[in-house]
Design a protein around this ligand. Structure first.
Ligand code: SAH
Length: 376
């Protein structure tokens, strides 16, 4: 049932395909034809690659070569236009991928774009963001996040990571060449604990699918040794770091990985991160009522960020069953934001997207029983 990875076209890069074509006695330019069919035309089976001669298509099918586009198993539509996709793989595992027309406000180009350009597409949106998963479940165990409750089941392959994007683009009938599509690697899982597959997927999406790296952001909970490595990549998304607490005591309580990589290590890596022209490091901060949302916490964040070209995204907790924290009210969020702004830090409040369908930050845990979920 589960095709061998080497028989799955999605996830293969140019080098992989050149060696496959070589082993089949085919000329190298076949690799380009396959890359174009898989990543730009987004065909779902090898026999549909119309640029290949019939004979080669038959040969591929005979060798059980599949494209490996993941299957959309379910769609949940939010009142705000967000769609949460349940996407399945041949081994029966599944992840969630979220489509957010208009972006989510938090990922606008470095906050410069406060007003979306008028929608001229006639589709009702002018840009969209896809939130991509990197693992089935997550091992990091952040106390406020529903994905943590799943534990980690397995890593996704590069093809499965890129495949989520292609499946959603197909479903929305969108072409990244013509429409503004942002990607955030902020779905299920910790991308920096599946680093090689994540970065291979990025390269495929940039080189072969034609998405812009400047429109991609990856978020890490703080796998510190991967941060300098990521900084050396020639092709890389922007970096976001889930800060979520203003001192080590608090952060270790909320995010146990802080016991391994504490704030001093994390902030040193952030400070040394090689930023590009006009680029900033984004820090996400989930506000938990009465836990990390005081004025004192805000002042500590200001101190932590000194000397870093930073941008802060505040996220009021998205609640969920089994999460023992409460969402602060809008006034508390605004007061926190004001302290950061008064200190000269570019700070935004992320608008929650798709809370009603469990699609918002920290809510991805493959919830299927929407009707029986508590009202949010
Ligand atoms: N593992 C990576 C990628 C996931 S990004 C990371 O932690 O960065 C998910 C973002 O949602 C993180 O910034 C996280 O702090 C935030 N988040 C997690 N649970 C949340 C919740 N219940 N409400 C709001 N934001 C949450």
């Amino acid at each position: 049932m589960n095709p061998l990875p080497q028989n799955t076209l999605l996830g293969m890069d140019r080098a992989d395909l050149l060696s496959l074509m070589g082993s089949l006695g085919e000329p190298p330019y076949r690799a380009n034809q396959i890359l174009d069919a898989v990543y730009r035309q987004r065909v779902d089976s090898a026999d549909k690659i119309s640029t290949l001669p019939q004979q080669l298509r038959a040969k591929l099918v005979e060798a059980s070569v599949v494209v490996g586009l993941p299957r959309i198993e379910q769609r949940f539509l939010s009142q705000d236009g967000t769609v949460r996709y349940l996407i399945g793989f041949p081994d029966g595992q599944s992840v969630e991928t979220v489509w957010m027309p208009e972006g989510d406000g938090g990922e606008a180009d470095e906050g410069l774009e406060t007003i979306s350009p008028a929608d001229s597409s006639g589709r009702g949106w002018s840009r969209a963001t896809i939130c991509v998963s990197s693992q089935v479940g997550c091992a990091v165990d952040c106390q406020f996040c529903l994905t943590a409750l799943l534990g980690v089941k397995r890593n996704l392959s590069a093809g499965e990571i890129a495949g989520q994007v292609l499946a959603v683009l197909n479903d929305q009938n969108v072409s990244p060449q013509h429409d503004r599509v942002n990607l955030v690697f902020m779905g299920m899982g910790e991308p920096f604990l599946n680093y090689d597959n994540f970065i291979k997927a990025v390269r495929l999406l940039v080189h072969e699918a034609g998405l812009a790296e400047s429109r991609m952001t990856v978020s890490t909970a703080g796998i510190v040794p991967r941060i300098p490595q990521f900084g050396q990549e020639v092709i890389r998304p922007r970096l976001a770091i889930s800060l979520n607490a203003s001192n080590n005591n608090l952060r270790s309580r909320l995010m146990p990985l802080n016991n391994k990589w504490n704030l001093e290590m994390l902030m040193a890596a952030a400070r040394e991160f090689p930023l590009r022209n006009r680029e900033r490091v984004t820090f996400e901060y989930v506000l938990l009522q009465g836990v990390n949302d005081s004025r004192e916490n805000a002042r500590e964040v200001v101190e932590l960020l000194r000397g870093i070209r930073a941008r802060v995204n505040l996220i009021a907790l998205n609640p969920g069953p089994g999460i023992a924290f409460a969402t602060p009210d809008a006034d508390a969020v605004a007061a926190f934001q004001q302290i950061l702004r008064d200190a000269g830090i570019l700070t935004f409040v992320r608008r929650p997207r798709g809370r009603d369908i469990f699609a918002a930050c920290g809510q991805l845990k493959r919830t299927v029983e929407i009707a029986t979920s508590p009202a949010l």
